[in-house]
Design a protein around this ligand. Structure first.
Ligand code: GLY
Length: 251
């Protein structure tokens, strides 16, 4: 495995992750040093700002930086862009600490792509890549680069890849758990539903999509939480081309 997080100024993060896998004995490189590694490996150092991203950021600032991921800080993060300071212990109510944003991460707030593939020799691989949640706090690392959360695979069992609210996916190590469910005998669909089914009790509005593939049979399934209209995914079987599918959500 290999991964990068908080990578700036380099396109195609998953190719840099692959370079970590192929050219190092490490697992995860982050931040400026990940960028330096990428440049040493031949990637281009370039601005990733686009007209769309500049405009989206400007509109967000004009809207007092709403929504955002801060809590228990002053000035009120639901009204102001900061800079913020922590609320003093006396002023922190349990409401502040328990307050959980709803619907901050839906399908319009990230651009995650996950994949699981089995080659002609039956070798399985998985990967996930993303720009991360829109308007995240700088430095935030989501689920995608964390193997076990954003994706996971085991040659003996199968693979999984997740998309959606990374801060929730991380808490449940959704991809790892789906693969472990298959190891314990579940088919891909049951494996996906079991792990997603743990989440609504604590995070009833989290939007998550998950694909799961068995390395033994090639059987696959997808499932989701709170994605209106279901979770669109694509299945490709060589040489038959690709099929667009939509998984129904369990919640
Ligand atoms: N799943 C993408 C993210 O939360 O960063």
């Amino acid at each position: 495995m290999g991964s990068v997080a908080a990578l700036r100024r380099v396109k195609n993060a998953i190719a840099v992750a692959r370079a970590v896998l192929e050219h190092t004995e490490h697992t995860l490189l982050v931040g400026d040093q990940a960028t330096a590694f990428a440049i040493a490996m031949g990637f281009t150092n370039e601005s990733l700002t686009s007209d769309w991203s500049r405009e989206s950021h400007l509109k967000w600032r004009q809207n007092n930086c709403q929504p955002n991921y801060w809590r228990a800080v002053t000035p009120d993060p639901q009204k102001s862009c900061g800079p913020y300071k922590p609320l003093s212990l006396k002023k922190k109510s349990s409401d502040h600490l328990q307050q959980r944003r709803t619907h901050l991460v839906d399908r319009t707030h990230h651009d995650t792509i996950g994949a699981v593939a089995i080659d002609a020799q039956g070798r399985i691989a998985s990967g996930t890549s993303t720009n991360g949640a829109t308007h995240k706090i700088p430095g935030r690392v989501g689920d995608s680069p964390i193997v076990g959360a954003g994706s996971y695979c085991d040659q003996e069992v199968g693979g999984a890849a997740a998309t959606g609210d990374g801060d929730v996916i991380l808490r449940y190590l959704v991809s790892y758990q789906a693969v472990e469910n298959m190891r314990r005998g579940m088919a891909p669909e049951a494996a996906a539903k079991e792990v997603l089914g743990r989440i609504p009790a604590k995070f009833p509005t989290a939007q998550i999509g998950l694909v799961v593939v068995s390395a033994k049979t090639g059987a696959y399934a997808a499932s989701c939480l709170n994605i209106v209209g279901g979770f669109p995914y694509v299945v490709g079987v060589a040489p038959g081309g690709v099929q667009n599918k939509t998984a129904k959500c369990i919640g």
